[in-house]
Design a binder for this molecule. Sequence first.
Ligand code: ADP
Ligand code: MG
Length: 242
Amino acid sequence: MAPLGQPLSVAVRRKTFAAVGQRDENTVLRDVRFEVEPRSFVVITGPSGCGKSTLLNIVAGLDKDFEGKIDLGPGNPRVTFVFQTPRLLPWRTVRENLELALPPGDPRLAGLPDMLERVGLTSAAGAYPEHISLGMQRRAALARGFITEPDILLMDEPFVSLDDPTALGLRELLIDLWSRRPTTVLFITHDRAEAVMLGTRILRMAPGSATIIQDEAVRLSTAERKDRDKVLAEQKRIFGST
Ligand code: ADP
Ligand code: MG
């Protein structure tokens, strides 16, 4: 197996969209360049519409219409994407949705009961997605992301539209899953507190900036990430306010 976590190199010179009803095109990304260390948890944050999803889709290879180069590192790294909506197959149970992330007979399937237990879905394993809560669907999507043991894990606002306690529970779950298997993560959120709680490093974008305006290491231990006051203080240090 490839070593855990891959380095990642992003260089997007320019990304434009044709502007509807306008003559000029809309430059969404310009000179976005950064390197990601293996096993780091990098959060890209900025307000809605600043180009975060566009950037992640380019890194994932889902959007090839841009000027620049993405280097996912040596070998043939396994890249897994966790989307904003859980995207579970409605006609498959929770367990089947996880199984389908892997080829039949794959040795990683042996870890399935343990993964279901860790995300608290053992008793819901036989349920269909429409019969469980959105929070549980999101937990299933996280479990599906980790069961594949990816070298690079890309996540686009996987915890939006959840109430605060549910979102907090999912962040803590993600910290636990990642601490047990620290792969390379690129995580997107518009939520600054979420960025600070999860990230080992934060890349910040601003409205209309089209590029990264701040690159900051997060100074929190794993334990401190679950301490609300510590997270708030670090948020203040990085963003200047909360
Ligand atoms: P974010 O994820 O930060 O909220 P997006 O990357 O989704 O932002 O969008 C950035 C900008 O690009 C927005 O102005 C959006 O309207 C525009 N945009 C995104 N996707 C498309 C598209 N398929 N066609 C045209 N414009 C788009
Ligand atoms: Mg987005």
